[in-house]
Design a protein around this ligand. Structure first.
Ligand code: ATP
Ligand code: MG
Length: 445
């Protein structure tokens, strides 16, 4: 920018000076014209006194030339043959300035037309005065050395100063970079902000915020792995003990019992592993599970039908209520199935014999799915905790479970932008789980 500015100013200064020099060139031509006029008036002929050359040869720096040509371009008088201008004058009386060459030297020339009465006839003559470019070149050099060079020095100095300033300003950031670069990948402490310049502070604070969030996830992951390992260890130890028992028996009766135990533990281990994998899959889905177009009504009816026989074993009345119309939304079909399966499974598992379970699908402004039972319900103070991993309401209860089901349900709801709430059922009895899908995920059939 500064360099362009300097170049423009240089050109302007040169332009002004050129005009001044052109003007004095014209004045020389004018003086000659006065002499010519006088000569024409006095004698009807053109005759220049010797002093004419002196009129223009007053300059010590440059060589000067003049010539007078007639309308046909023939030189009549003069000390050099100056080339006529390459560009023709637009107007008959126009003065033209142009660049030409004399003896291989570049010259600046002015050509001025004059009409004189010679031997009674008007004749158009051209007075051309030229000079070499030495003083113009000197002036250009002077402008260059007195203005452009200091300007360039100034620009260079400013650039160095700015660079120095930037380096100095960025030095604290380099410290932060070094502090982070030499860290272990497990170290999630915030980056130091003490010396960070105020302009860069929001960036470092954002990064620190991200580190904090990462740390939370990291800690949760560590806890989960520890919990999962612990959960797996107990049934595995049971399996080993039962196997030892079976191997140590000659009597078929205890062997059969031990084998039955092994079968039960294997089944619950299998369930635990299924739930663990499902939880990790639903967590991985994050908030991006919206790839399939799912007909929610069809899916809900399918799962209810599939579970009627299981409910019937406890004489539980499992029913479906709600709209006959298709409710379609974008989501992950398999995860949605698992979500509903966990809720229906809980209802069947925790509702005692002769109970009642109703699955309802409402197509209001938002699609909502409710699973209601008339079982023992969940105490108010535990309604938030049951959504945490491995939390079970009554651990002494004989009913088996991993405590992961509702954590999975919540993750899947989250991945679909849905909310899940838990209240008591009708008449303050049992559980009512409601999953409410956001409006925008509903699609037309
Ligand atoms: N419909 C319900 N009625 C009564 N209690 C329930 C109901 N649903 C869940 N609970 C309670 O909430 C706890 C957590 O449920 P969750 O589904 O997360 O785990 P789980 O059923 O124990 O194990 P999993 O579902 O992995 O087999 C259960 O242990 C149970 O005590
Ligand atoms: Mg469950």
């Amino acid at each position: 920018m500064l360099i362009v500015g300097t170049a423009v100013v240089y050109r302007l200064a040169l332009g002004f000076a050129e005009r001044e020099y052109d003007h004095s060139l014209y004045e020389s031509a004018f003086d000659i014209m006065q002499l010519l006029k006088k000569s024409a008036e006095d004698s009807g002929q053109i005759h220049l006194p010797n002093s004419a050359s002196d009129l223009i040869l007053a300059d010590s720096e440059d060589e000067d030339f003049f010539s007078i040509t007639n309308a046909q371009g023939e030189a009549i008088i003069g000390n050099t043959r100056l080339q006529p201008p390459l560009v023709k004058a637009k107007l008959p009386n126009e003065t033209i300035y142009y660049n030409s060459v004399v003896d291989e030297k570049p010259v600046r020339v002015v050509s001025v037309p004059i009409t004189l009465l010679l031997l009674g006839k008007p004749q158009v003559l051209h007075v051309q005065v030229g000079e070499t470019l030495n003083k113009r070149q000197h002036l250009a050099d002077q402008i260059l050395s007195s203005f452009v060079v200091p300007q360039i020095i100034l620009i260079t100095l400013s650039a160095m100063l700015v660079l120095f300033g930037i380096r100095r300003g960025l030095a604290p950031l380099e410290k932060v970079r070094d502090a982070i670069a030499h860290r272990s990948y497990l170290d999630m402490r915030p980056a130091p902000t003490a010396e960070v310049p105020i302009e860069a502070l929001p960036l470092i604070e954002e990064i620190n915020g991200l580190l904090k969030r990462l740390n939370t996830v990291f800690e949760a992951q560590k806890r989960f792995t520890a919990d999962a390992a612990h959960q797996l260890r107990t049934p595995l130890a049971g399996l080993a003990a039962q196997t030892d028992l079976a191997l140590g028996q000659n009597n078929p009766a205890p062997t059969t019992h031990a084998l039955q135990q092994i079968k039960t533990v294997s089944r619950s281990l299998n369930h635990l592993i299924h739930q663990l994998l499902l939880l990790s899959r639903s967590e991985a889905a994050g908030a991006h599970a919206l790839y399939d177009t799912v007909n929610l009504r069809e899916l809900v009816q399918e799962i209810v039908l599939e579970n009627v026989p299981r409910a019937a074993q406890k004489n539980i009345d499992l029913g479906f209520e709600g709209t006959d119309e298709a409710i379609t939304l974008r989501g992950n079909r398999q995860l949605l199935q698992e979500m509903l399966l966990n809720l229906v499974d809980n209802a069947i598992r925790y509702t005692p014999i002769d109970g009642k379970i109703t699955v309802r699908l409402d197509d209001g402004s938002k699609a909502s799915l409710t699973i209601e039972d008339n079982g023992p319900g969940i105490p108010l103070e535990e309604r938030e905790q049951v959504f945490e991993r491995f939390h079970r309401v009554d651990r002494a209860s004989s009913i088996e479970g991993t405590g992961l089901g509702l954590a999975i349900v919540q993750q899947i709801a989250l991945a679909h932008g849905a909310t899940i709430t838990l209240t008591e059922g009708q008449g303050g009895q049992g559980c009512l789980f409601r999953v409410e899908f956001p409006e925008q995920y509903k699609t037309l059939d």
